[in-house]
Structures are given as C-alpha cells and as structure tokens.
Design a protein. Structure first.
Length: 441
C-alpha cells in the first residue's frame, strides 16, 4: 500500500510510505529554496505546495492514481475547546486549515488521484513519527510543541504497533508558545528558536522565587502545567530593535527561559517514566529540536535509552500521519527501524554538471583520492561544501549537505559565521568574549 503524508501547515513536507518503509520525505523548501513557509496556499488562495507531490511522482515514476491514501497530520474537527484559539492570531484558524487541506485535495484529485484521505490528530502524528521509526518494542513518548489542534503536550505509550495517549495539556498552556514569543521579542522570526537557544548559552539565568513552568499540581496519574508565569516573564522583556546587539537583559532572558524549559522537559520525562515504567523514551514535537534540553533528558532522567528522530518538528508530521494510518489499518504490519536520514532529493550526473556549469571542475577516479584532496584543503584552511547522495530528512545537516572546516584554527568560527552562514554578531568570538557565560547549574 502506498501512502502519502501530505504537508502540514508549518514546514510543509511530502512523505511517501510503501507499507511501513519510508521511501521519500522532502520539504518544499528543498525544492523552491524558500525557508519556513507557512500555509498551503498563497495570498490569492492558490495551492503552492505541489512541488513535493510532483517530485514524488517523477522520482518514483508513478501516476497519481498509484497512491492509495493521503494522510494529514492535523484534524480540524478534533478540537476540545474552540475558545482555546483566543491566543492565536484569529478565531478561525481551524476553519482556515480545513479549507487549505480541502483546496490541496482538490488539486490532487484534478491531477488524477482517486484515493481516500485520513485526518490524524497532530500530536498522534508526532508520536507516531518518532515511535514507529525507533528501535524500541515499547517506549514512553513525550511530545511537546507550540500547539496541535489544541494539544501542546502529550504523554503516550507505544507497545508493539499501538500507541496509547494517557495525558495531554491543551492551550493556552504551551511551553513551545512561550519560547516562540521570547524568540520574536528578541527580534527574530517565529521559526528562529535555535537562535534563542544559542544566545542562552552566553547568559546567566535570573534568580526565581517560583518555577516559570509550574508542574507542581501534577500527580502520578494527572499531568498539569501552568505557563502563565513564564509568559508574564517574557512579556516583561523589552523588544530588541532590529540590528541592535542583544543587551544583558535579552541574554539573561534567553538563559532563564532556556533553563526553565530544560527543567520542565526533565520533569515531563520523569513523570512519563513513572507513569509507564518504560526504560525507553521517544521525544517528539518542535521543542525536541532543543538539543540542549535533550542532552539533559538523556543524561539526567532515569531512562536507559532516548530516541529523537531528525524531523521531530512539523516537517516530520506527514511521516507520522502516514505511519499512524498504516498501523491503524493493519496493526500486524512489521516495524521498520529508521537507520539513515537520507530520504530527500537526489541528483543524477547531469544535474551535477548543470549546477557546476561555468565553474572550474576536476574529477577524481575514486573516493579515496577525493577524500585525500578534501583533507588537504581543510588542513590548508579552506572551507569545503560537501554534497553527496540524497538530502537529509529534517532541518539538520547530517553529512550529505554539510559545510566542512578545520576546527583547529581559531579564526575558523568567525570565517564560517560571517562569510558562509551570516550568523548573528553575538556568535562571533569577539562578541562572545564580552557576554558573561552561563553559570553552572
């Protein structure tokens, strides 16, 4: 059975599943080079996320009618509390999502697709995307993001091919939303949480009388969190003017929210362990892209093994939706362990040559001679763009689309940040030296 996971509203991605085996997972921005697009339609209401659909059909030499099912990782009809969206940008967000999904389906049907569509709850898709690709036969699953339909945290248990959710937190309580709000206060975009995490490393957390993410009302069988103290703290932070360097206040605020997020994630992981008794943990949701918090969970919780898949944010939702449908329809399906993150775009020799047209090129007879040359370039202080095979699944560079440089050279970090990555000034060594380092916990 061929299942396509359709794009989520955020970080739209297309995924093709052949039974339980992931074949392709390609983000739209890898095809049109427009990062962090939001929505499935443009300002005129035209569907603008069809590049991934076309890529799947072309690369696998398929027709639209070959696709059996389409799975969405967002179910607009599944909201518990419609008023929970008071904190969003408008009251009609769910209706807008449903309309965009319907417009997308109409385009696919006009293209010749004739199958059925399934709508999976957002947090179930997050849980499925990590658990079904994990090496575990059973595991606790902690999903934390900004929001799904209305869920912001869910604790589930995976066993065999089933996933059971037994604790949820809904809007307006949201760890992810607080972190996003601080990120925008610091002058960055909604998808730039990684910059806030980086800035936090240079700051000293504020001394707090009470936790900003309060899980104190939780019991062994009931999960509760209050995020209002954290939101009030963020609202007290002055907005950073665009182009101005972060002030001591901004750096301290980033460090404070970061360490409070880490503590909250540790508490959630420990609660999940007590509730499930499992020694294995799967982390998912956009907050699971916070690698500093993940490290603390992996080293300070009592789980023996922790698994986070590369596309744990919304770019992994189509994968999770497709897997949830597959195992929902056929619970006897075998499990497929995720071992390589290279599910994206590939190029043939003609594509390479076209991209390099007009440039001086040199071919090497084998990998050994190529690697020897690259090693010499790195040792001589040059920066190398490394491109091979299929692009990575998820937002991280994992070896197939990577920038290589010699870390032994003190000036290399500045060269990379300024000339290549064009990163923020606070990441440059000369600036970092003036920012007080974060105190040990």
């Amino acid at each position: 059975m061929l299942i396509v996971g359709a794009p989520s509203i955020h970080n739209p991605t297309w995924t093709l599943l052949d039974s339980v085996r992931p074949v392709i997972s390609i983000e739209e921005d890898r095809l049109h080079r427009e990062k962090n697009r939001f929505g499935l339609v443009d300002e005129d209401g035209r569907v603008n996320v069809l590049a991934g659909w076309a890529y799947i059909l072309e690369s696998e030499n398929m027709r639209p009618s070959d696709i059996d099912l389409i799975a969405f990782g967002f179910n607009p009809s599944a909201t518990y509390f419609p008023g929970a969206f008071d904190r969003r940008y408008d009251h009609f967000y769910q209706e807008r999502v449903f309309v965009q999904q319907a417009l997308l389906l109409n385009e696919l049907r006009r293209d010749g697709w004739k199958g059925d569509a399934y709508y999976i709850r957002h947090h179930l898709a997050h849980a499925a995307a990590v658990y079904y690709l994990s090496p575990f036969d059973e595991a606790a699953i902690v999903s934390v993001d900004g929001w799904g339909e209305d869920e912001t945290i869910s604790i589930s248990y995976g066993h065999g091919t089933s996933i059971s959710t037994f604790a949820t937190v809904t809007l307006p309580e949201s760890i992810g939303e607080v972190y996003t709000r601080l990120t925008t206060k610091l002058g960055w975009g909604m998808d730039d949480a990684g910059k806030t995490m980086a800035l936090a490393a240079y700051g000293t957390p504020a001394r707090l009388a009470v936790p900003l993410f309060d899980l104190g009302d939780s019991t062994p069988t009931h999960l509760s969190i209050k995020t209002r103290p954290a939101l009030d703290f963020v609202e007290s932070v002055p907005e950073r003017a665009i182009g101005e360097p972060p002030s001591e206040v901004h750096v301290s605020a980033a460090a404070t929210i970061q360490i409070e997020l880490e503590r909250a994630m540790l508490t959630l992981a420990r609660w999940a362990q007590v509730r499930t008794g499992s020694k294995n943990l799967c982390l998912s949701g956009g907050v699971a892209l916070n690698c500093v918090a993940n490290h603390r969970v992996a080293t300070e919780s009592i789980f023996q093994s922790v698994f986070v898949q590369p596309a744990c944010g919304d770019s992994g939702i189509p994968m999770g939706a497709a897997l949830a449908v597959q195992y929902g329809l056929d619970p006897t399906s075998a499990r497929h362990v995720f071992t390589a993150p290279y599910l994206g775009r590939t190029y043939d020799r003609r594509g390479y040559l076209d991209a390099l047209s007009g440039l001086l090129t040199e071919e090497y007879p084998d990998d050994r001679s190529l690697c020897f040359t690259v090693a010499n370039l790195l040792a001589n202080g040059l920066i190398v763009g490394w491109f091979q095979g299929r692009s990575e699944y998820g937002p991280r560079a994992l070896g197939n689309r990577s920038i290589l440089a010699d870390p032994r050279r003190l000036e290399m970090a500045k060269r990379l940040n300024v000339a290549v990555k064009r990163r923020e000034s606070f990441r440059l060594p000369s600036c970092a030296a003036r920012i007080p380092h974060r105190r040990a916990r």
